[in-house]
Design a protein around this ligand. Structure first.
Ligand SMILES: [Zn+2]
Ligand SMILES: [Zn+2]
Length: 258
């Protein structure tokens, strides 16, 4: 099964007036990928797709979404053949592994450097690479990159789009990070400053707005404000979580019924 190019106009994402237009894009891409992986097209019955899901596996967040999606047999088949691969890999790891000899000093030092990134064992490294490997994350990563490219193309060429950007509610922190990195990579030096002069106040203003929403949200639990208007704070929790870490915590599970 060939995957056709999936497109959501970036202007739709900005017009949705969400806390983050790139979260909007990401949600659509993720739903589309779930449909592709487990939906009625049954791509998991295609050898080439299955070879990839066998090899990549999925991350914790996407296993949860697959569980909720509702195709139990499809999910079972995908998992079953992924486990053939996992069992083979574990065998190889066991063959390769030998516990290291660590002196007392080494153990003490080791404990101190626990939060550094490097794993001490080949098993830890293997498990870590498994955890990070996900067919769904990988599937839409490249498409997401295209949206970042499109953003800067439109920002530079289309004044109406630039206006949408300036009037937006800014971005979540992770997507703000991506956007900053990409700006530094693609914008000519003389446009960089102008862009950051717009982006940074936009982020600051909108993070402060969320702080105020959260402040009033908490005040509303005080009996004195019980009957006061919620103003814009009723959904401050999910918007605050989105702003801080991306995603839509209040979304119901995405299921195959749609
Ligand atoms: Zn976002
Ligand atoms: Zn994933």
């Amino acid at each position: 099964m060939k995957e056709e190019l999936y497109n959501i106009p970036l202007t739709d994402a900005f017009q949705a007036e969400d806390e983050c237009p790139f979260c909007f894009v990401e949600r659509k891409l993720e739903e589309h990928t779930l449909d592709f992986v487990l939906g009625p097209g049954a791509s998991y019955m295609e050898d080439d797709v299955r070879a990839e899901t066998d090899s990549f596996g999925f991350c914790r967040a996407h296993y949860k979404k697959m569980y909720e999606y509702g195709n139990r047999l499809g999910t079972g088949l995908i998992l079953k053949t992924h486990f053939q691969k996992l069992n083979k890999e574990l065998d190889e790891q066991i063959k390769m592994f030998a516990p290291s000899r660590t002196s007392l000093m080494g153990r003490l030092k080791g404990r101190k450097s626990q939060d550094t990134a490097a794993e001490r064992t080949s098993l830890g490294a293997w498990a870590n690479s498994r955890e990070k490997s996900c067919y769904i994350c990988n599937f839409y990563k490249n498409t997401y990159q295209r949206y970042l490219d499109t953003f800067f193309e439109m920002y530079r060429k289309d004044p109406a789009f630039k206006e949408l950007f300036l009037k937006s509610k800014g971005f979540c922190i992770p997507h703000f990070g991506d956007l900053s990195e990409e700006a530094d990579r693609v914008l000519p030096d003389k446009e960089k400053k102008a862009f950051f002069d717009q982006l940074l106040p936009l982020m600051k203003k909108n993070l402060e707005r969320l702080y105020n929403d959260l402040d009033w949200f908490c005040d509303k639990f005080d009996y004195r404000f019980k009957d006061a208007d919620w103003k814009t704070s009723k959904d401050a929790l999910q918007r605050g979580m989105q702003k801080a870490a991306g995603g839509y915590p209040a979304d119901p599970p995405y299921t195959s019924a749609k």
